[in-house]
Design a protein around this ligand. Structure first.
Ligand code: NAP
Length: 456
């Protein structure tokens, strides 16, 4: 039986790695998800075969409750709410890892060797701060808590001091594992630190923070292995920990920010000067005029952003792309690495609408193409096409690579009104000579465009 269980764990470890590999490209992402899911199933079955299990009663209750919650979330949580849903799941994953650590500590009455104590301490410390941090992130993304950074004077110094005291408790426990008071004090401080870590971070940076918290939850789970001796946890936990960390760094790179700037920079609390209203006029374009521009273009590039996700306009966009291609127009889709609210957000939505991968172009590939593009259609994107990031060194998003739609012969921007991007900044693109605004919900505007182009 032991050999069977360990084989299940080994196969599931391999499947997790294949899953991550698969998810590195949109074409293989579904297959990757399937591998990872199957790997998780094997890990669960292997664990259920453990001989140490005395009774299955509570396990069955947990399985049923967890499955109902998972099914409900999978069926009813909309794609646009995926970031907060993920934060919510992280909070529970981290809480589970912490509780395993607490129960192990309690079970042994603190009589642990130094090595096991440090593993449990690490698990509980990271798990606790991840639990509250993820709950705050979820609240901010869902709009239950204010999205803008909550800051106070001396915040970074206070947070660092709190972290230092928490780590001191951890070190104290290593020396004196039976110091129960210190153990629970460390948990309390870590829970408070999780809250304080996330409140000064604006919602726009929340995906980076979440991926970092994900990484902490993974490392906390990996540490659990020393407490409960479950080998698959070390594989899954370290994969989760390091992939989350690499993802955070990649996201920061795509926004041209450092991880310390994200964590301590209170991004999103932009100055009044930076958010000052742009002078000039925005030009409007009618559906019919926009349709003519598109229908008689040689090349059209669609630039989707968060607005496409909220409008669920991806299917209508695919339809418009098909109609234009039938007329001989070359159609491309430009994908910015941080468009939307989570990595790969646009890829997922466009894949759902069956847009062929050959039509998707990354930032470096498509930017040189804008010069020869007749019409660039910005579909609910804002920050990722803000020329200030390139042209204005004092802008809070200075240095963030952008899709250079202002180099196209005409840029048509689809948005509902004068709403700003997630950074809260004004966008000079909308006031440029070669830009025309098409106001309305992106899905409605695109559906009208399809009808108008078809009639031409
Ligand atoms: P954005 O800057 O948030 O702008 C979205 C625009 O869509 C808004 O200006 C809004 O204007 C419009 N909009 C909203 N609903 C709409 C609808 N139903 N129909 C039409 N338009 C609609 O989006 P983005 O350009 O995709 O930029 C993403 C932002 O998130 C960046 O600041 C990025 O740094 C940040 N971020 C993303 C990630 C990630 O992983 N993707 C990670 C970290 C940070 P109206 O209100 O006027 O319609």
């Amino acid at each position: 039986m032991e050999i069977l269980i360990q084989s299940f764990y080994l196969i599931s470890g391999v499947l997790f790695i294949m899953g991550l590999r698969g998810m590195s490209h949109p074409e293989s992402a579904r297959r990757g998800m399937f591998y990872a899911e199957f790997g998780m199933l094997l890990a669960i079955v292997g664990t259920l075969l453990q001989q140490e299990i005395v009774t299955y009663d509570w396990i069955i209750v947990g399985l049923v409750l967890g499955s109902i919650a998972g099914l409900a979330m999978g069926l009813w949580v909309p794609m646009t709410a995926m970031p907060q849903r993920t934060a919510f799941s992280h909070a529970f994953g981290a809480a589970a890892a912490s509780l395993v650590g607490v129960s192990e500590y309690y079970r042994h009455g603190g009589l642990l060797d130094h090595f096991t104590m440090s593993a449990i301490g690490f698990e509980v410390l990271l798990g606790s701060l991840t639990t509250t941090g993820s709950l705050i992130a979820c609240g901010k993304l869902q709009g239950i808590l204010p999205g803008k950074p909550l800051v106070f004077k001396g915040q970074n110094v206070f947070n660092m001091a709190l972290l230092a005291v928490t780590v001191a408790c951890f070190v104290g426990l290593f020396a004196l594992p039976h110091a129960t008071g210190l153990f629970y004090l460390m948990i309390g401080l870590a829970l408070i630190f999780g809250v304080l870590l996330v409140i000064p971070i604006g919602s726009a940076d929340m995906p980076v923070v979440m991926s970092l918290l994900n990484s902490y939850a993974g490392l906390a789970s990996a540490a659990t292995v020393f407490a409960i001796n479950n080998k698959v946890l070390i594989i899954a936990g370290t994969l989760d920990g390091f992939s989350g960390f690499i993802l955070s760094i990649l996201m920061c790179k795509a926004m041209n920010r450092s991880i310390t700037n994200v964590l301590f920079g209170a991004f999103g609390s932009v100055s009044d000067h930076a958010t000052a209203a742009q002078t000039g006029e925005m030009k409007e374009i009618s559906i019919d005029d926009a349709a003519v521009q598109l229908a008689y273009a040689r090349q059209v590039v669609f630039v989707p952003g968060y607005g496409m996700a909220t409008a669920q306009a991806q299917h209508a966009l695919r339809e418009l792309s098909d109609v234009l291609e039938e007329r001989g127009v070359t159609v491309k889709f430009a994908i910015h690495p941080v468009a939307g609210r989570m990595p790969g957000h646009m890829n997922v939505l466009l894949a759902e609408a069956n847009v062929p991968y050959s039509q998707l172009f990354e930032l470096e590939q498509i930017n040189p193409d804008f010069q020869s593009t007749d019409v660039a259609v910005v579909v609910g994107a804002n920050d990722v096409v803000n020329p200030d990031a390139r042209d204005k060194p004092s802008s809070p998003i200075a240095g963030m690579p952008i899709l250079e739609v202002d180099h196209a012969k005409l840029a048509i921007v689809l948005k509902r009104g004068k709403g700003r991007g997630f950074s809260g900044l004004e966008n000079p693109l909308f006031f440029k000579e070669k830009t025309a605004m098409l106001y309305g919900d992106a899905k409605d505007s695109i559906s009208h465009l399809v009808q108008a182009v078809t009639k031409l």
